[in-house]
Write a protein that binds this ligand. Sequence first.
Ligand code: ADP
Ligand code: MG
Length: 388
Amino acid sequence: MASPTALHDTVLATFASAFGGAPTLVARAPGRVNLIGEHTDYNDGFVLPAAIGVATLVAARPRADRWIHVTAADFSGATSSFARDEPIAPDAAQPWADYVRGMVSAMRAVGHAIAGVDLAVAGNIPQGSGLSSSASLAVAVGTALSALNGLDLSPTAIALLAQSCECDFVGTRCGIMDQLVSARGRSGHALLIDCRSLACQPVPIPEDMAILIVHSGVVRGLVEGHYNERRASCEAAAAKLGVAALRDADLPLLEDARGHLSTVEHARARHVITENARTLQAAEALRAGDLVSLGELFAASHASMRDDFAITLPPIDALVAELQALIGGSCDGRGGARMTGGGFGGAVVAVVPKDYAAAITHALTYRTPAGAAPLVMVEQAGPGAGLV
Ligand code: ADP
Ligand code: MG
């Protein structure tokens, strides 16, 4: 994985080879790991993510004409071009460029004038792993274009535009978590986000706690379909419960209405209701440095994702179980593990005492479907998006 310096060099070299010369500015937006609160964001609920050290960089330089050109280091320098003043369509040949097209489209839709520009993109977030490379790309584009066009957008405004990019242009009906934490993340802190009010409460991460991200190597397939289907079930359950969103429901209400919900809707709603409660408890446990309680909440969250929300897969369950056993055995249960991100593959997050991170990584016997040792990232909470 490219180091921050190597990534910066890559984006500059990619820019120079596509457009010649140097960019006017480089924007950076981080990926994120969600500690807990899965599929709660689009239910107006609570999430507890942290921005991490890997990121997407966007190098930008204005053009005098009406064209927007973008090139991607991670897609062999492929390019995509569109006019700033014509309707913007998806690029079927370069789907990655839809996050750029969608961002410009979202910015234009709310009245921001976007000038012609050359853009180069490079990232070191493993894509499609539940670490939000997509949100980070959209937020980085928004940060670059806000600065270049003198828009002075707030991080929250950029996050909302990036969410609209993914929902309305790309077609994943995502919540606001990924974009908001990429835009507003804070070093050394997780963010407890109320996805209804968009209030972000920084929660300090204990000095002695490490965040391990372990890649299952299971590649997600057809994730948008699954994702949007889960969201539809949640909306159907909320409507039958007579609440605006599942955030407003509790378990007694759910049990009272049991006969009105399908078995699937009941299970999906139970996940969201219990996950919201766990997320608030986890923020308290984190604040108190109570890794034992945090570990128990992680375990319950994973079981709920597996049994009620049905978004895990057997290899991911096996990886989580192995991490939980290692944490139970070697750190007296201080810490825990769960799948992180939208599901159906991708990464697992574990929290452990710092002193044990290396030993646990070393002891892991899990192998990816390709038979390789999994990629393990030891991460710290880093800052949100900004100009480099
Ligand atoms: P995740 O957000 O969990 O990483 P997604 O499937 O939502 O997974 O988004 C991954 C997609 O985002 C990629 O397939 C690509 O289209 C786009 N993307 C992410 N990072 C980059 C990058 N560095 N360059 C170009 N496109 C990227
Ligand atoms: Mg994504």
